[in-house]
Design a protein around this ligand. Structure first.
Ligand code: LLP
Length: 404
């Protein structure tokens, strides 16, 4: 992904060619970036031979999940729909874990019938329902319990999950109680302790704290967990010079933890696998100048990519063609949706743009298309995968007839 003679190339293809052929807005994924992210992830944690379960919620494209499966990953799912999707993509059921605070009885039944690796349970009431289903079916169900370690992930508060005020997991007291109750359960086999403290974490210290909390509770519980599921959350660089997670330090904290606890590791990464693999190409519909700034009205809106509107998340925007002229006034990149929060970014000193020019929004692979909607009755964009010069259509643009 780079400029060649001021023209941006995604793998070996220029953005204008893609925009003409597939129209805009357009999600483009890089196969080679995906591959290198996965290879790097396995390299960082090679020593532990972990089971890596891709967090399906971060990207729900069936064809992309198939590619991810081909690299040997399993799946972390949070609904019956995601579980069906993972199975349809060919992910081995023994590599699937099911998380979530509100799994319904019918979702739990489905997961039990599919004999997935683990149901990571998040409440006493849920465990009772699992036990009821298992008894009725006369089977033994393997579960994990998600601990809420009351650890600050030091990330956006909207995507923090490991503090006691968050709805996720169970507190220490409940955890210990459940461990002791489940020791004698005939239909539930407790196999795993799971944690996930939040997303877009760029500081290793919260992970260190989380591991300390986990270690402490295992000592108290005096229980030998076959698996420790450390969740995901590894952050990526959305902005230049943004702090990067120090994987070495995270790894050595895990090493320290494993010296005392002999368990198999599971990770549930989403963003770190898929986040930086994609861009969203968009065309400028209109430029609207005001006294202070120029609104750059794009054909992509918050329905196509809602992270900025939902979390105030920042994604870099760059022009498909660079020129030598700069805009005098700052640009505010907005979409066509009837919402004030339908705004992507404000930038000063941007390359001067004209109507119909192309730009792209960076790092939209995670929680981009998976959070998209048909708000304002707008069809969801096409998604394509590029491997050098080869293009595969991952999903066709929705037709208005399909959504009306
Ligand atoms: N495991 C569990 C139990 C999770 O809840 C999540 C994310 C993950 C794994 C994957 O986390 P990752 O490695 O992708 O950080 N929509 C937000 C992010 C929400 C994350 C929800 N849970 C965003 O756009 O930033």
């Amino acid at each position: 992904m780079r400029y060649k003679n001021n023209n941006y190339f995604f793998e070996n293809i220029s953005l204008d060619k893609l925009a003409i052929k597939y129209s805009t807005p357009l999600y483009c994924y890089s196969y080679n970036k995906l591959k290198s992210n996965i290879v790097n992830f396995f390299t960082y944690f090679k020593k532990f031979s972990p089971l890596v379960c891709f967090a399906i919620k971060s990207n729900t494209n069936l064809n992309l999940i198939r590619e991810i499966k081909n690299f040997g990953l399993g799946a972390d799912v949070v609904s019956k729909g995601e579980l069906m999707l993972a199975l349809k993509a060919g992910i081995n059921k023994k590599k699937i874990v099911f998380s979530g605070v509100g799994k319904t009885e019918s979702e739990l039944k489905f997961a039990i019938e599919k004999k997935i690796l683990l149901i990571n349970s998040e409440s006493e009431s849920e465990i009772k329902i699992i036990e009821k289903i298992a008894k009725k079916k006369n089977v033994v169900v393997n579960i994990g319990i998600r601990l809420n370690p009351n650890t600050d992930a030091n990330t956006l508060k909207q995507i923090s999950t490991g503090k006691k005020e968050n709805k996720f997991g169970v507190d220490e007291k409940t955890f210990l109680k459940l461990v002791s109750v489940l020791r004698t359960s005939k239909n539930i086999k407790l196999k795993c302790l799971s944690v996930h403290i939040g997303s877009q974490i760029t500081d290793h210290k919260p992970y260190e704290k989380m591991l300390k909390a986990v270690d402490k509770i295992i000592n108290k519980a005096k229980f030998n967990f076959e698996y420790i599921d450390l969740g995901g959350g590894m952050g990526i660089s959305y902005e230049k010079n943004q702090k990067k997670l120090d994987y070495k330090k995270y790894k050595s904290a895990i090493e320290k933890f494993l010296r005392k606890n002999n368990s198999k590791l599971i990770f549930e990464p989403g963003r770190s696998i898929i986040g930086n693999t994609a861009i969203l190409i968009s065309r400028v519909i209109y430029l609207k100048e005001t006294s202070k700034k120029i609104f750059v009205i794009l054909d992509a809106g918050m329905n196509d990519m809602m992270r900025p509107a939902l979390y105030g998340a920042k994604h870099q925007i760059l022009p498909a063609f660079k020129n030598k002229k700069k805009s005098q006034k700052s640009y505010e990149f907005v979409g066509p949706i009837c919402e004030t929060t339908d705004k992507f970014l404000s930038v000063s000193n941007f390359n001067k743009l004209k109507e119909r020019d192309l730009i792209f929004i960076s790092d939209v692979g995670a929680y981009g298309s998976s959070l998209s909607s048909n708000y304002n009755i707008r069809p969801k964009p096409s998604e394509i995968l590029i491997n050098k010069s080869k293009i595969t259509i991952l999903k066709k643009r929705q037709k208005l007839e399909d959504i009306i």
